[in-house]
Design a protein around this ligand. Structure first.
Ligand code: FES
Ligand code: FE
Length: 454
């Protein structure tokens, strides 16, 4: 079957099973999707001081995310302008310069070449190799939101805010609980033999798997209430370039509801001065607490509040995670712990424990989820999977008739479309965005010559 048919099937909510393990599809994703979409590469709090850097990838492309001595954050292609060696081989650190291990060219932390051994003897000086003005290739597009750093390999990418659209409303819950924003710890990194799309879809909208996949977590009493049953009362929302799930909270005021998930009063006061009236109304008036979410294509967020340390109290945590594709059947998971910079130190420490217990590399939810995803990916490679169109239409009676009508503005104060109960609305939104990208032409790349006279 040709790609056009596959993409049409995806758009009508029938997902060809082989898209979760198919080399040709992955090549298309590389050429048309990852060459264009805004990709998360880190948070400003990971490089707080001049000279701080982290190294991150977009598929095979390695980038140095560095704060220069001038205080600006830059994202530079980690490939030496001489013979192409990786200039920076450490994963994170602090440096005024990067020196290439191969022949010793060196670069300032803003990317400019400063050292070129035997420039005169080997090239005849500037006449033979123009050193002035040469720098590591910058990421074609760079933009930030609440300190989250994104790049696009497309020099003509739309502004990040246009790309994210109304999803920024929901991003603030995870990344701006006070005026100071968040700080990150990590990331923990590990590889799973699973296709990258599965995690993104799951975090975007799969409330349906919780009672089954995570049954044991509930059985051992990690949560204060039988959460699995509660899931169907939550809503899923989709706005702009992303969507997520929520839990329905018991009746109460805004303060009571934020306290219910474990926030101390000082943090609640800051949320009340940081979030908009509508952002507060989703929690306080509508009673929905933000849970997991995904931004197209491969960035996800979690907010959860387990019990910790034999206490009856719950403690909330936030995790940011990225499903970084290695191939059609392997994904590197990057998992960061995120916390409000202004949170009390004791809260930060306990919240970190809650994160590790649930969604760190050995986290209980993590283990449950990945078992499914690996198994699914393995089976998707075979020839029978090419005959199977998976029904991705939960929540629909027919094409234009949903089982549950969208919440009205009075019921849900956030932007986008929100619906209570189980449905694969967000998975369909994510995959139809995916299909649209796979039909666009590849991004044109303009070659850059190194060292020739201007
Ligand atoms: Fe970097 Fe030669 S490859 S100095
Ligand atoms: Fe899960």
């Amino acid at each position: 079957r040709d790609h056009g048919t596959v993409l049409d099937d995806v758009r009508r909510g029938m997902t060809p099973a082989h898209i979760y393990n198919d080399r040709e599809i992955f090549d298309l994703e590389r050429e048309r999707l990852f060459s264009r979409a805004w990709m998360f590469v880190g948070h400003e709090s990971e490089v707080p001081e001049p000279g701080d850097y982290v190294v991150r990838r977009v598929l095979e492309d390695s980038f140095i995310v560095a704060r220069g001595n001038d205080g600006d954050v830059r994202v530079m292609f980690n490939m030496c302008l001489h013979r192409g060696m990786q200039v920076c081989r450490a994963e994170m650190g602090n440096a005024t310069h990067f020196r290439c291990p191969y022949h010793g060219w060196s670069y300032r932390n803003d990317g400019r070449i400063v050292g070129l051994p035997f420039h005169q003897e080997a090239y005849g000086g500037e006449a033979g190799f123009r050193r002035r003005g040469q720098a590591l290739l910058p990421a074609p597009s760079l933009d930030t939101y609440n300190g989250l750093i994104f790049i696009s390999l497309d020099p003509d990418a739309p502004p990040l805010r246009d790309y994210l659209g109304d999803f920024t409303f929901y991003l603030d819950y995870y990344t701006k609980q006070s005026a100071s924003g968040i700080e990150l710890r990590g990331p923990q990194r590990w590889r799973v033999k699973a296709n990258w799309k599965i995690g993104a879809e799951n975090f975007a909208g799969d409330m349906y798997h919780t009672p089954q996949t995570h049954a044991s977590v509930v059985e051992i009493g990690l949560f204060r209430e039988p959460k699995a049953e509660k899931r169907k009362d939550g809503c899923t929302y989709w706005a702009g370039r992303g969507g997520g799930t929520t839990y329905k909270l018991p009746p109460g005021t805004l303060d009571e509801r934020l306290r219910y998930v474990g926030y101390p009063d000082a943090m609640i006061e800051r949320m009340k001065t940081t979030w908009s009236a509508e952002q507060l109304a989703v929690i306080g008036d509508n009673g929905f607490m933000i849970s997991a979410a995904s931004v197209f294509p491969n960035l996800s967020f979690v907010h959860n509040w387990p019990k910790i340390e034999d206490s009856e109290d719950v403690l909330p945590f936030i995790s940011i995670r990225q499903w970084q594709p290695i191939s059609e059947d392997e994904t590197e998971v990057l998992s960061w712990f995120a916390v409000d910079k202004e949170a009390p130190e004791e809260f930060k420490a306990l919240s970190y424990k809650a994160y590790l217990m649930c969604f760190g590399s050995t986290g209980m939810f993590e283990q449950d989820d990945v078992e499914n995803w690996v198994s699914l990916t393995t089976t998707a490679a075979g020839s029978m999977a090419r005959r199977l169109l998976l029904n991705n239409r939960m929540g629909l009676h027919s094409d234009d008739s949903p089982v549950v009508p969208p919440l009205t503005p009075g019921e849900f104060a956030g932007p986008g479309v929100a619906r209570v109960g189980y449905g694969e609305y967000n998975q369909r939104s994510l995959l139809s965005d995916w299909a649209d990208h796979l039909e666009r032409p590849a991004v044109r790349r303009t070659p850059v010559e190194v060292g020739t006279p201007a």
